[in-house]
Write a protein that binds this ligand. Structure first.
Ligand code: IPE
Ligand code: IPE
Ligand code: MG
Length: 244
């Protein structure tokens, strides 16, 4: 087990993104329906948040529901919507008390239920001025959708003469992402042994270090995050240059 003493606390990355995967398989292993795995994922998430706070991580983004997850059976999608609404209702105060600034990235529109959108807006407004970790929850999020949405906004500005198309830069696109102030992802972690990024933060994670962990998400605890951080700290990042 990785402990805090295995991590260099002076070299914590700025932004860690986590693909919380393996809930369904965790439930299946126990002969339970898939939703039992989603429910069990809550304890994992809140322990990982404590682990992130303990090391002073400034930004964490978690993948909670993708634009592709609507393909799942309606019963599972409905469960996930209700579960997230209840979770945010039950635990919003706790996140606020922990000084966490909660944000949501993704398309915050139908078919997400109105009641859930209202709670997302409320928790975001309530925690806006918190100065601890920024926790971004990617919900109805897709990296391609995000780039399309940014492009739509840019094209609209070009069409009304607000933006000269010859002035479009990487920076222009970044400025139109869901959270333009969010720093690039330094470390992208995925649980459950899958080795892919499934449309998560494709712009922001262009130079992220990738760490894959075999543990299914509901079994994750803060030590798994710390382990990923210790692996990250062994890596040499070059960003296309020669130093590192
Ligand atoms: C991640 O676990 C949660 C969501 C995608 C909502 P999965 O539900 O994908 O679990 P597996 O990958 O089927 O085990
Ligand atoms: C990615 O996991 C999305 C979330 C964790 C919310 P999936 O389970 O949906 O990804 P694939 O289908 O295995 O690529
Ligand atoms: Mg999965």
């Amino acid at each position: 087990m990785t402990s805090l003493s295995d991590i260099d606390l002076s070299a914590i990355p700025t932004h860690v993104a986590i693909i919380m995967d393996g809930n369904g398989r965790w439930a299946k292993e126990r002969g339970e329906p898939r939703h039992v795995g989603h429910t069990a994922g809550e304890a994992a998430l809140f322990d990982v948040i404590e682990g992130a706070l303990a090391v002073g991580l400034p930004w964490m983004t978690i993948y909670a529901f993708s634009t592709e997850n609507w393909k799942r059976p309606l019963a599972e999608v409905k469960f996930i919507m209700n579960f997230n609404r209840d979770l945010l209702k039950r635990r919003g105060d706790e996140l606020h008390e922990r000084n966490v600034r909660v944000r949501f990235i993704g398309r915050r529109v139908f078919p997400i239920p109105r009641g859930l959108i209202a709670i997302m807006n409320d928790i975001e407004a309530r925690t806006r001025d918190n100065t601890g970790m920024t926790l971004q929850i990617a919900f109805n999020y897709g990296g391609r959708a995000e780039i399309v949405d940014a492009l739509q906004a840019i094209v609209a500005k070009v069409a009304n003469g607000e933006l000269d198309p010859s002035k479009v830069r990487e920076r222009t696109l970044k400025d139109h992402l869901y959270a333009p102030d969010a720093p690039d992802v330094d470390l992208l972690v995925r649980s459950s042994g899958e080795h892919r990024t499934s449309n998560f933060l494709i712009w922001q994670a262009a130079y992220a270090e990738l760490v894959f962990d075999d543990t299914l998400w509901p079994d994750w605890r803060r030590e798994h995050l710390w382990h990923a951080l210790s692996v990250f700290q062994q890596r040499s990042r070059r960003f296309g240059g020669l130093n590192g």
